[in-house]
Structure formats: structure tokens, C-alpha cells
Design a protein around this ligand. Sequence first.
Ligand SMILES: [Zn+2]
Length: 243
Amino acid sequence: MQKGKEHSGEYIFRTVRDYIRSIDSSINPYLALFGCSDEVTGSADAARASVFGGFGGIFTTRIIGSQIFYQQIQIATSRGHRSNVFEVNVHIGEIIEDGHKVYGALIGRDGHRRATCGALAHVLDDLHRNPSEAPNISRTEDGEVYLDFLGTLKFRLRPHFQEILAAENQVVAITKINLDVQVHDLIHQLQRIIAKDPSHAPMFVYGTIAYNRTAQPDTKSLEYFYALNGPKPDQVVNLLHQV
Ligand SMILES: [Zn+2]
């Protein structure tokens, strides 16, 4: 499948599932999804459920900016869940204005325009306002300590700030770079799990971008698709051009 080409979500999910089953029909693809909390979605989740739901449902984590954290991965891979297929999904709004596609917003369910992805728009705004800000990953409010998910997102994207600011379309750039960062962090974490217990291999990781629209149906692109056959770097096999 061509990287970045837009399809229906259902087509992409089926292609991924059928390819995994074609490698070894004894593999049951137990999907774990890492998505963004501020994506309001219905049809994509229905399509995922129709393709992967027959294997015992879908383990779902939604955190702003589609962030990966070790604790959720640990639970998703533990006994009783045993996830072996992982999707990282980021999203971007698309509006047609004067015949041109404009990315980064859509008209929300209340009829108002809203930044999409809201979390990434926030990071981009702060980056413009204060490029040298040192992100805090926790904060204290009314004497209680909270994990700051916007702070953890900035922290992970920080090494890429120059690249984002230099891009022709910064909204598209931050979306693609965030997916790259989260997918590769996930692969790193899953390979640690395989190193401890080789019976977890093979695992599969794919990354998608959802193009959210108001009137027209959403589309998705497949940006990454890997098999993890073991804990070593050369045991990560790129499958994108094989499907
Ligand atoms: Zn979002």
C-alpha cells in the first residue's frame, strides 16, 4: 500500500488484518488502539469493530495527542488481553475553503469551528509563543499533583521543534512527526516486552492518519506497518510495501 494514500478506514483495517492472517492463519489479531481523546468518531470505531472485533474486541487507550505510555502497553499485552496488533492513530481536520483543502480544523458537533487535532494545535500555539519553553510533565493544582499530558506531548516533540517550524505546512508536519514519534516509541516498548518474554513475538504495529471532515466521510492513510519478530533492531520488518 502506498504510504500516505487515503482510503476508507475499513479498507485499511481489512488489508492489515488479512495480511497478518496470510502470514500465519493461527495468529488471532488482538487489536490495541492508541488514539486521541479529542477525536469525535463513530464510523472509524465501527469499522475497526467490524474488522477486528470478532477476535474478542479491541483494547482502546485514548490520550490527548495519541500518546503511548508503558503502563497501557503492559496491560494490553498481559494475560487476558494478549494484544499483538497495535494501531497508533493520529487525526487532522480538513475543511475546503475557496476550493482549497485547509488542514487543522473542522466544524464541530456544536456547529463551531474547532482546531483538530486540538492537542497538537495547542502545542503548535505554545511553540510559536515561547519556543524555548521547558515543558513540565507534571503540575500542581490546589495542592494536588497531576500528570500534564500536554507537557509530556511537548517533551516528546521537542527534539523536532525546528523541523516543525521550518515546514511549509506546520499543522501537517506536526501531525506526521507526532505519529512517527509515537509509533517508534511503541516499537521500542514492545521490543522490551519481547526481550523479557519471546513468546510475545510476532507483534505488529501500524500507524494511521485520520482525515476528519464534517460533511464528507473521513478517510485514513496507512503510514507505517511493521512486524516485530524479536527484540533486535534487525527484527523489525517493514511490511508497508508488501500489502
Ligand atoms: Zn487530537
